[in-house]
Design a protein around this ligand. Structure first.
Ligand code: NAP
Length: 439
């Protein structure tokens, strides 16, 4: 009998680990892919921007893994609520935590708890129809929005706020978000970077897209850019990204009513407002050894919404060694947390890299499992474990309504059937509604 493996989290990291297990063990392993939602695919469904549909095509590959021999999808099962890490470790030979980094890092500045301050996980979850954020209040009644951070998530947030609803109609943006954006008063989006254009972690395509929006124009201040000759030292991809930023100097077509303002060398110091966000206070910075150092010069950016796109953390879970400082599990290079317990994806290395970066991650964690159990599960007593049958028994005793991949296929068909004309799907944004539909 083969190894029994539980992979918790059915996002890219979980699916690549499952794919690697299928390839590595040739179908002899039993692999349970567990997720807290009835819907699989994690960040592909709820993180990747709705207007970036081509990236979402990778779900076809994941679906092939989900129906591969030995693999089962176990949805609507939440680690820590329905089953513990210790229980999974008792049931399976190897448990892989691929739970991602779903929580926002706090800004940690005065006023960051005012209504109107949101983390990007919440804002992105809202427009992507994640059940946790479907009811989020997103104030779009002010002309200004400040998006803090110079990564691709900040660009995604700014672009969704700046696009017309016609530009978003063919995406799978949730209907509630599309309706809210339809009546949005937002006209000036500010992307706040505490360092400069050379230090920004935008990628080329994402930066370039801002130059081709229907009603919005991107603006970079000439004085924020280093002399062009200094671009030569940059890696070619990054140089191309910076060339897009250079093309935004001058501000583009002034007839476009919405502005996306890159505010480089500004660090957020406070959010102010009587009962809700009215302005973001930023301090001008300069670089010292690559670090942003405040100069004492303050500016106010009028806004009714602040979105902190400054990174994510993995929540700790009983039974798995965790580092508060790193915001993720403590593991070795291969993802080993402790005997039989592993991590992969953002839960292992932190929130960085593209979807594809999780592939080698998934394969290396399965290599580690294969090495740790070399000689077969039986030598380590692995095949004596109850595996998926044991999990099913435990969850049935606890009255958990577990969903499988066929259930997802029914939800998928229902979402596709109710899509707006031209859109790929209209997401069901309530878990109760999903379960009701499944009966
Ligand atoms: P990121 O690329 O790590 O960017 C985080 C940004 O937040 C950095 O600019 C960082 O500045 C800034 N920051 C951190 N703490 C701050 C603070 N206290 N005050 C002000 N600024 C602060 O992270 P991300 O944008 O969340 O993206 C996560 C990963 O997903 C990245 O690898 C990204 O490329 C990927 N992603 C890819 C796509 C795509 O390919 N289309 C889309 C979305 C996300 P410093 O650099 O100064 O620390």
């Amino acid at each position: 009998m083969g190894l029994k493996i539980a992979i918790v989290g059915a996002g890219p990291a979980g699916f690549y680990a499952a794919e690697a297990a299928v390839k590595s063990f040739g179908g002899s392993a039993e692999v349970d892919l567990i997720d807290r939602l009835p819907t699989p695919f994690g960040l592909i469904r709820a993180g990747v921007a709705p207007d970036h549909q081509s990236i979402k095509a990778v779900t076809k590959r994941y679906a092939a893994t989900a129906i591969a021999s030995g693999v089962r999808y176990r949805g609507h099962v939440m680690l820590g609520r329905d089953v513990s890490v210790d229980e999974l470790c008792a049931l399976y030979d190897a448990v892989v935590l691929s739970v991602g980094a779903p929580e926002d890092r706090r800004l940690g500045i005065e006023g960051d708890d005012l209504p109107g301050v949101l983390g990007s996980a919440a804002f992105v979850g809202w427009y992507n129809g994640h059940p946790d954020f479907a009811d989020l209040h997103v104030p779009l009644d002010h002309h200004g929005v400040a998006v803090i951070g110079n990564g691709n998530v900040a660009i995604d947030c700014a672009r969704v706020l700046a696009k017309t609803t016609a530009e978003l109609a063919a995406s799978d943006i949730a209907q509630h978000a599309l309706m809210a954006l339809e009546s949005s008063s937002v006209r000036d989006v500010h992307i706040i970077g505490r360092r400069g254009p050379h230090q920004a972690s935008f990628t080329t395509k994402e930066a370039g897209e801002l130059g081709h929006l229907e009603r919005a124009r991107a603006i970079v201040k000439a004085g924020d850019l280093p002399p062009e000759a200094e671009d030569a030292a940059l890696e070619p991809g990054h140089r191309k990204m910076v060339s897009h930023l250079r093309s935004f100097v001058g501000g583009g077509d002034p007839s476009k009513p919405v502005t996306i303002n890159f505010e480089f060398f500004r660090r957020p110091v406070a959010v102010e407002g009587k009962t809700r966000v009215e302005r973001l206070i930023v301090e001008t910075t300069r670089l010292e050894d690559g670090r942003a150092v405040g100069t004492g010069e303050l500016h106010a950016i009028p806004c009714g919404l602040v979105i902190a796109a400054i990174g994510y953390t993995t929540p700790p879970i009983a039974g798995a060694a965790f580092s508060d400082a790193m915001g993720r599990f403590v593991c070795d290079e291969a993802g080993r947390i402790s005997a039989g317990l592993y991590a992969s994806g953002w839960a292992r290395r932190g929130p960085s890299g593209t979807i594809g970066t999780n592939r080698p991650d998934g394969f290396s964690v399965i290599e580690a499992i294969a090495a740790d159990f070399a000689g077969g599960g039986s030598e380590k007593g692995g095949s004596d474990k109850a595996g998926g049958a044991g999990l099913d028994r435990l969850l049935a005793e606890r009255g958990v309504r577990v969903t499988d991949f066929a259930d997802w296929e029914r939800l998928d068909a229902a979402e596709t059937a109710r899509a707006r004309p031209g859109a790929p799907r209209e997401k069901i944004v309530s878990v109760d509604e999903m379960l009701g539909l499944l009966g």
